[in-house]
Design a protein around this ligand. Sequence first.
Ligand SMILES: N[C@@H](CCOP(=O)(O)O)C(=O)O
Length: 471
Amino acid sequence: MKYISTRGNVNGIGFIDTVLMGLATDGGLLVPEKIPQISLEKLEAMSRMSYQEIAFEIISSYVDGEISEQDLKDLIERSYSTFRHTDITPVQKVKDNLYVLELFHGPTFAFKDVALQFLGNLYSYIAKKTGVTINILGATSGDTGASAIEGVRGKEGIRICILHPHGKVSKVQELQMTTVNDPTVLNLAIKGTFDDGQRIIKEIFADLEFKNKYHLRAINSINFARILAQIVYYFYAYFQVKKENDKIEYVNFSVPTGNFGDIFAGYMAKRMGLPVGKLIVATNENNILERFIKDGVYEPGEFRSTYSPSMDIQVASNFERYLYYLLDENSSEVQSLMNQFKTTGKIEVSKEQLRLVQEDFSAYGVKNDECLQTIRKYFADTNYLLDPHTSCGVTAFEKCSPQEDICVTLATAHPAKFNEAIELCQIEQTFPEEIQQLFDKPQYLEVIEADKDEIARRLERHFTSAEVNSK
Ligand SMILES: N[C@@H](CCOP(=O)(O)O)C(=O)O
């Protein structure tokens, strides 16, 4: 299994180099040369496996022997031993045709833990094997940051810096990131939006001299390992639902979407042979992806702060990976559309391409009020408390999934992370102990201009500090 860039100028690299490269050196995103196919017999066998066993089957088909079988099994075991639920990502039936895939049982109560516990352990494994320090740079709209820090903190030979938009994440999200008192962890609160942070880190990664000098590594979903670990739970969820509904031929998935990584993992699962019907893109009022799926025009709108801050994103990183497949793996066309996006701020696909988009996806952009209404309605009717992101997913399920289909909505975070929104719904909730205790801790963060050069200077200091954990 080799990996290539969506823009065509990186070819034939292996899995570990793909993880280390993160953003491709030509500015594109790395994808496998061929998507592994899962046969019907294999699917049947996998339906009886545990989460960890399914993870091994999927991940090993992409790692292709670069990590020994035993080491990979150990990495997977270690990564999911931190989860509070024995099923790792349990599936709950909420009503007749709606299941919720609970992805928030990891250490930071968000779906990001599923991939970042794994990626943290993988980085640690690589750091030990190569003896080279790993300096991680990431941007977050709220959930990735805490989860990435939790995935690597205390691990030998790793430093991390996370950029978050100052004042634009929930209080619990901010506390989760900034109460970590560890000299290898740096939190920069930028005066800007998540899109500013994501653009700046991509510019820094594109400066190859800087990237190589400081061994910069990515933890965002630009890193293919993130997508890979997220493919697993689509398989797991399908098998759980199929057990209860043996006649179904496919399942729809409704996915709260910001950076397009989570739903892109679902698209990969479908391409691998999982019987997925529609992939429903649930956005909030930052609805670039909804507009693209409905009209074929990809063009950022005005930034809005919403009750689902993790999805307050205009430019979705993984859109480029999808574009690559939509354009029939034609990297020069991807390159030219991405250039066009850079100069005009807009991409428009043909009618035939839009038809293909709509074969796989439907979309709904949830208004702020609707998000709260759905939380109230489901709590009153089913006693199930949705977080605001999952509420967008459930609202989109109601709008887009036909009554006769079964749909799994991805529950991407625990409601306790977004108590501001839950309080507006006049619903009382008890905080899990791990979240409650954050309120008494001091915070460690630096507020900084959203300026690439200033941030790069701060990174140089952090990534050359003597502080790095050792055995
Ligand atoms: N929604 C994310 C934004 C970053 O996305 P990623 O999947 O590329 O890490 C967040 O909560 O930080």
